[in-house]
Design a protein around this ligand. Structure first.
Ligand SMILES: *Cc1c(COP(=O)(O)O)cnc(C)c1O
Length: 221
């Protein structure tokens, strides 16, 4: 496992594949590794760390309390576990319902914080995946905008498991088009982030305008 080289290769790929590399952030997904290994990532200059389980994130961030880390939550968040991460998280990538957003808003308000979130969209419509559908997302927007302690800053998606690059590319370009449409209709350009791209598909995601790639396996192999 050569973390330094793997990260450096990903940084090169950002330059090579993104039309706006200066806008792209790498989130190192550390769900596979322990806190000592996270420190190796930090030494490579990466501060954005992603976890997909609330209790695991709570445990790791308490061990790493002296480090300067931007914690990203990328998994399925249950409302009774928001409290584990609310103090530390900088971006919740995976908000899939108004009730979850309202609960995050409530917890954020109780600690006097405004928290950035992304809306997760299930573009491919696979039943195994969570998230809003392209059609239902608009129903919640006016309500989401009334929640004062959350700020919707973009969209997130996961591509389907397939080797067919054209299918994957279509999912990513659909998310970009959805963001552009929502920006015009409701957000006046304040949606800036597209969280898309993992180990197997991040180059395609970059080409389609991703601003946040979430990578685990490639860093830790
Ligand atoms: C695990 C995970 C990733 C990273 O996936 P890799 O294929 O290991 O790069 C990205 N996003 C989410 C939501 C994940 O759960």
């Amino acid at each position: 496992m050569d973390i330094k080289k793997n990260i450096s290769d990903i940084m090169d790929d950002i330059q090579k594949h993104s039309p706006s590399p200066e806008k792209v952030k790498l989130v190192a997904v550390t769900k596979y590794v322990d806190t000592e290994t996270i420190k190796e990532v930090l030494k490579c200059g990466i501060k954005d760390i992603g976890e997909n389980k609330a209790q695991v994130m709570r445990d790791k961030l308490s061990v790493l309390a002296n480090e300067s880390i931007n914690w990203h939550f990328i998994g399925h968040l249950q409302t009774n576990k928001i409290k584990y991460i609310i103090n530390d998280v900088v971006l919740i990538h995976s908000v899939y319902s108004l009730s979850l957003a309202a609960e995050i808003n409530k917890k954020a308000e109780s600690i006097g914080k405004i928290i950035d979130i992304l809306l997760e969209v299930n573009i491919s419509g696979e039943e195994s995946k969570g998230g809003y559908s392209k059609e239902t997302i608009e129903q919640d927007i006016s309500s989401l905008k009334t929640l004062k302690n959350i700020r919707v800053v973009g969209l997130m998606t996961m591509a389907p498991d397939t080797d067919d690059h054209s299918v994957i590319r279509n999912v990513f370009s659909s998310l970009r088009n959805l963001k552009d449409n929502l920006n015009k209709k409701y957000f006046e350009g304040s949606l800036t982030e597209l969280s898309m791209g993992m180990t197997s598909d991040y180059k395609i995601a970059l080409e389609e305008g991703s601003t946040i790639i979430r990578i685990g396996s490639k860093i830790f192999s």
